[in-house]
Design a binder for this molecule. Structure first.
Ligand SMILES: [Zn+2]
Length: 236
């Protein structure tokens, strides 16, 4: 099957602000949207480079986010600093299984899956790969959607702070790990926002000729032969 044309092949450009489809200004300029004045861009500028920069920073900060303590708890004479993982273990031991599962998924599982998925998307796009384009687009949508929920863990820490403070007798303080974690969340969101999923579909079709529909090719050949015959018949 032939690859369907892209908007840019037809000289069209879609506004990222209001989705208006505009005829591309001449001289390959990108211009501004006539409706909302948003700069028109065929593709996000430096998408891959910026996405990689945010992603690498996020991956590096993922280490302190998990190694550094995120909160300090003091209850009567007991005091301890807990990392995300030890916090999950603590919640589990105290019977708060649902909260332990939420914190584990939101703060350990989701960030690492986001980092891995984005890295896979970036590598495949950079290589111009045609491997599972639909699935990759779906993965991007999931990563982008999940981004809205990734501050969940910070909410849980804040929730714990208020709950425990209200309980009196105990003191909970946030520690630098929370900062590193917050930075990981923000950086992965920026990485996914900088990535332009249309770049995945820009990869040149593999073996364009071999890929062309054989029936269409046969029909084209027949038509051109018929044309030649007709021209020959018309000759005096
Ligand atoms: Zn617009």
């Amino acid at each position: 099957m032939n690859k369907p044309p892209r908007a840019s092949d037809l000289g069209l450009i879609a506004c990222e602000g209001c989705d208006l489809v505009v005829r591309q200004p001449p001289n390959n300029e990108e211009g501004f949207c006539p409706r909302c004045d948003e700069p028109l861009r065929r593709r996000k500028h430096d998408s891959l480079t910026r996405s990689w920069a945010f992603l690498i920073a996020a991956a590096l900060l993922y280490i302190p986010a998990n190694m550094l303590p995120i909160m300090h708890t003091q209850q009567l004479l007991e005091r301890y600093d807990s990392t995300i993982l030890s916090g999950v273990a603590l919640l589990w031991h105290n019977g708060a299984y649902d909260l332990a599962i939420i914190v584990f998924i939101a703060s350990i599982f989701v960030p690492i899956m986001k980092i891995i998925s984005l890295a896979v998307l970036l590598i495949a796009t950079q290589r111009g790969s045609h491997w599972r384009l639909r699935e990759r687009t779906r993965i991007y949508r999931i990563v982008d959607y999940v981004g809205h929920w990734s501050m969940l863990d910070v909410f849980v820490v804040v929730l714990l702070l208020t709950l425990v403070q209200f309980g009196g007798l105990a003191l909970v303080q946030p520690l630098p790990g929370v900062m590193a974690f917050g930075a990981v969340v923000v950086l992965t969101m920026l990485a996914s926002m900088s990535f332009d999923p249309r770049l995945m579909w820009d990869a040149p079709a593999p073996h364009a000729d071999a890929n062309a529909n054989p029936e269409t090719r046969a029909a084209n050949q027949a038509a051109s032969e018929a044309g030649i015959h007709a021209a020959a018949a018309a000759q005096p």
